[in-house]
Write a protein that binds this ligand. Sequence first.
Ligand code: SF4
Ligand code: SF4
Length: 469
Amino acid sequence: MKKEPPAASGRFSRRTLLKGAAAGAAAAALAYGLDSCGLAGSSGSGLPEPDKTQMTYRINPNSGDKVSLLGFGCMRLPMSPEATSPAGPQIDEAAAFRLVDYALAHGVNYFDTAYVYHQGVSEEVIGKALKRHPRDSFFLASKMPSSRNPTLDEAEKIFATQLARCQVDYFDYYLLHSISTVEQYRQIYETNGVLDYLLEMKRAGRIRNFGWSFHGDRPMLEYILSRDVHWDCALLQLNYHDLLNRYIPLIFSPYRASEPAPVKWMLETMIPTGIPLLVMEPLLGGRLARLNRKALTILQEENPRAGAASWAFRYVAGLPNILTVLSGMTYMEHLQDNLRTYSPFEPLSEREADALKRALDIFVTQENIPCTACYYCMPCPYGIDIPAVFTHYNRCVDDEYIPKGSRDADYAKARRAFLVGYDRSVPEIRQAFRCTGCGKCTPPCPQRINIPDQLARLGKFVEGLRSEV
Ligand code: SF4
Ligand code: SF4
């Protein structure tokens, strides 16, 4: 094996939710970038089985853990046919077990779950799946839900519940989940005493590596790095889109509620600390597994055999201090595709890196909404399927099916494709125009999208299309 040094609310009934289940599952598939055959990106079909002996590993300098470069993200586990939402609690356990067993057999040993994933059921299912394997054959990560603003008493109960759900005595990696502002951090982790409690758990051996995941602003990153705490790891959103993007479409800025820390600055700040980095959203919620036709053509001209997702995975794994790259793998094809990329890992050549930049320059001129389909904003009390609405819009932008003006030659075709696809992927009762603007969904959004404003804009856009004959 190749080693490397670390370089519902009651207002929306279950019945109406069930009506939208199929569309939700379709939206989840789209969010990952699946084609109609369920294959991730543009690769997968007809390719050989991944090699079981070639996974690339990185060594964590703090603990000596030999961690697989591909980490198994447990936020998008396969759903049962009865599922009401791709982020709901109804996981297809048998399918999840198959994925976990296959991943372990092919060298993946890092599994990342959280208290809130699949409304708590992710921890339970992963606990059951991993219980069937020796405890020293995997590293298990979970997280304290900062979004719940836990008191000390609540945090103690949450941590005990997590150990019980996962059927373990200790977590290999334990993170403060999605820290975002200094005020929030101070309140939960300092004033409430949750940090001291978790450090005590580390001394007691219940936590082996202690860190945080970050969706914050500049002051938050500077503050946490200034604390007198030994951080063993940090989970960051890193992908080539956010790091190399030189063109921000104007449409982005008015819809951001506040500015997150710039990603390049964030990475440059983290590198000198030497803290091992765990990567989330390497595919930007699946969007980098699809790209658009023009961008994809550039990549395919450079390497016809490589799927779009593999470019994104190879880019992030080549950044400094990366310990593992998480991928939320819903289908076996996702897992196999990613295993091929990291068994073994090959950094991008200079020529490939140049092709990636050229493809990105084209991709980012599309006016997408920066939604990663994480479902943190759900459920909406009025039943809007926020990620499905944004996913459909983004997909149409990528596929150039956004009707622009009635004088365009392709206007009628694009209008029809947009509306038919919208009605198929988002039931009318869950569409953008039904948003009341209550704002409940905005604070949890890690991408800081002003969701009500975006939905109002899309609602008007669709209304305009429908009113034309
Ligand atoms: S602002 Fe709209 S989408 Fe967000 S929670 Fe309220 S009704 Fe739902
Ligand atoms: S929380 Fe934000 S990024 Fe996540 S699904 Fe909702 S809108 Fe998209």
